[in-house]
Design a protein around this ligand. Structure first.
Ligand SMILES: Nc1nc2c(ncn2[C@@H]2O[C@H](COP(=O)(O)OP(=O)(O)OP(=O)(O)O)[C@@H](O)[C@H]2O)c(=O)[nH]1
Ligand SMILES: [Mg+2]
Length: 463
């Protein structure tokens, strides 16, 4: 399915760097570039070998004005990223000539590429799977090393490999069943139900394992989850505001000000974090507080890192110790807050009461900001230090993918159930076909324009 239109875009990040690439893809790519390119050696792009590089100038054919000194690479279909003819014009003169060169390609027959359109063409022309196309996007926006590595892994096609294998197994089961449908009289002798059952159970189990080893792509891109916990009035909301550098949460001297959890995204030394402020944990006095406290506890269990606040100038009480019991101390930074006030207790005395195994203990003042950069550095080093370990079998799935995979598994369960109650073989077949169709969708076959549009719409132009 080759497109008749030729597209072009700047495919390097726009910045002050001296070099940039205008990329053209489509049947007229070489033609259009040829109109703009002048070689001092008289090279005509139309006649050059594929995958060759040519030195020359870009000139406006109408005025003859010289735009930029360039290196042009010519790659002919099908061995290219999009499987179409591709020309890349490497411009050297900075952003202005880069833009002008792009405009010239538009004036001479190319259309501006939509975001992600190069990758979309690569997919439509069968060069990469949808899964891999998405990985290109993940790669482009990978924010942390971890998500980058996962994106690369995915690009290598682990997910597609798994899907293809499972689908093949399912197809062979379906083939056996079809025999039974064609020769109903011989059903029992032709289709050994026990053997089929074993195969289907294995497929179901494989999908289940795979789901277990996957993780929401969304969460990783949003960053590590950090929860701020502590008894009422200890300064949690003040700390959130301080980390956010804005007044997000209400702060007051009345204990119990925050009734529910508040989540915000921040960046600390370039690492994205999803930070949650929680209701102070104490014996709840009413229903609303009770729910807030329950949610705070749940949130701290789910998080990758907890920031646990106690007062620097007060003996820790039973409330503090009760919270401590809920936390995994290796994944908790103990913060001695309000250290700007008089009467700070010696650290050793506080740790005597609170235990010493915290990942880090830091004295801060959420109010004045002292100790905050120590806290930020400590969060950074815990994350980079591998506190959150990369699970080798981890695969990034987005919500829709997970959902489809889960539904495919349900179809298999339905088929098995139908088998158990001795349902006719064509009913079993219907469920298996449904499952197979879902696996096909996950592999990017039979995807409607709408879904495709969604996948490629949030790409950067030029990819
Ligand atoms: N002196 C001083 N006061 C602080 C500090 N941090 C917070 N406070 C004050 O302590 C009071 C409670 O602060 P909050 O941030 O609302 O405390 P919280 O933990 O969110 O309280 P709840 O939402 O009720 O659980 C406010 O009056 C803050 O100004 C600090 O580092 N030093
Ligand atoms: Mg609060």
């Amino acid at each position: 399915m080759h497109s008749r239109e030729t597209i072009s875009a700047i495919s390097t990040p726009l910045g002050k760097s001296g070099i940039g690439i205008v990329r053209l893809s489509g049947p007229e790519a070489i033609d259009i570039a040829g109109k703009l390119f002048r070689s001092p050696h008289g090279v005509d792009l139309a006649g050059v070998e594929t995958h060759t590089l040519h030195y020359g100038f870009i000139r406006d054919p109408d005025t003859g004005g010289r735009m930029d000194e360039v290196l042009v690479s010519v790659m002919r279909a099908p061995s290219t990223y999009t499987r179409e003819d591709i020309v890349e014009i490497n411009c050297h003169g900075g952003i202005v000539p880069l833009r002008e060169t792009l405009e010239l390609t538009h004036e001479h027959g190319a259309r501006p590429a939509d975001p992600g359109e190069f990758t979309k063409r690569a997919f439509l022309n069968g060069r990469i799977t949808l899964d891999q196309a998405k990985s290109v996007k993940d790669l482009v926006d990978a924010k942390t090393q971890l998500s980058l590595e996962l994106a690369v892994e995915r690009l290598e096609g682990r997910f597609s490999e798994f899907l293809s294998r499972v689908r093949e197994e399912l197809t062979s089961v379906l083939a056996e069943i079809e025999v039974a449908i064609d020769f109903p009289d011989y059903e029992d002798s032709v289709v050994p139900r026990d053997a089929l059952r074993g195969k289907l159970e294995k497929i179901e189990g494989d999908i289940d394992d795979f789901l277990g080893s996957s993780r929401d792509g969304k969460i990783l891109k949003e960053g590590h989850r950090v929860t701020i916990v502590g008894k009422p009035n200890v300064g949690k909301s003040t700390l959130l505001n301080r980390l956010l550098k804005e007044e997000r949460a209400i702060v007051s001297a009345t204990p119990g000000t925050t009734r529910d959890t508040i989540e915000e995204e921040i960046e600390v030394n370039g690492i994205p974090l999803a930070v949650t402020d929680t209701a102070g944990i104490r014996q709840p006095e009413n229903e609303i507080e009770k729910q807030g406290v329950a949610r705070a506890k749940e949130q701290s269990r789910k998080s990758d890192l907890a920031l646990f606040l106690i007062e620097a100038n007060e003996k820790p009480g039973p409330e503090d110790r009760e919270i401590a019991e809920e936390l995994d101390d290796e994944k908790t930074i103990l913060l001695l807050n309000k250290s700007d006030l008089d009467g700070n207790l010696p650290r050793s005395q506080l740790l005597d009461k609170m235990g010493e195994d915290w990942a880090e203990v830091i004295a801060i003042s959420a109010k004045t900001g002292s100790g905050l950069s120590d806290l930020e550095d400590s969060i950074t080093s815990l994350i980079w230090g591998g506190e959150i370990e990369k699970d080798e079998s981890l695969v990034l799935l987005d919500v829709q993918e997970k959902d489809l995979l889960r539904k495919a598994k349900e179809d298999l369960a339905d088929a098995l159930e139908a088998m158990d109650r001795g349902a006719p073989v064509d009913l079993i077949e219907v469920h298996l076909r449904d499952a197979r169709e879902k696996l096909g969708k996950l592999l990017g076959e039979d995807v409607s324009e709408e879904i495709l549009g969604r996948v490629f719409a949030d790409f950067c132009v030029g990819k």
